[in-house]
Write a protein that binds this ligand. Structure first.
Ligand code: NI
Length: 150
């Protein structure tokens, strides 16, 4: 077996082309960042972004045991059904949610921080449910082991 077959390099070398539809504001912002960071091409920036996305979700997969944490979300409250969907999710996980803060950022956007305490896998479920909602522009989960495990 060739060495590259073992470490997965072979897979990375087979480049696939994909077509992606993006809002121009999102693409312009992305182009600005990859330019500032000195990326040689948009493709290289996208590959890096996808690697970060994958490692973030792999990290999320390791969240287990009793945890405390936060989910921060920025979303467009004018998006039909989104505020209701967010409320529905939070009402489903009342046993985890200790507090939340809501700030109306501007005409369309809201910033919400949800403070959580409970089982790590449930916290992850809650975070994933929120992150996958259409209209959520930013979301971030942070967790630490609760005091008994520190
Ligand atoms: Ni608001």
């Amino acid at each position: 077996m060739h060495k590259s077959d073992i470490n997965g390099d072979t897979m990375e070398k087979e480049l696939m082309r994909i077509g992606v539809s993006l809002p121009d504001t999102l693409l312009n912002k992305f182009d600005e960042i990859i330019d500032q960071r000195g990326y040689s091409s948009r493709s290289e920036g996208i590959r890096d972004a996808i690697r970060n996305y994958i490692s973030y979700y792999e990290w999320m997969g390791d969240i287990k045991g009793h945890r405390v944490g936060t989910v921060s979300v920025i979303y467009d409250h004018t998006k039909r059904g989104l505020s209701n969907a967010l409320a529905d999710i939070q009402h489903h996980y009342t046993h985890l949610i200790k507090s939340s803060v809501h700030i109306h950022l501007d005409h369309d956007n809201c910033f919400e921080v949800i403070v959580l305490d409970g089982d790590g896998e449930n916290i992850k479920e809650l975070a994933e449910a929120i992150m996958s909602l259409k209209g959520v522009k930013f979301s971030k989960l942070t967790t630490v082991a609760s005091s008994e495990n520190i």
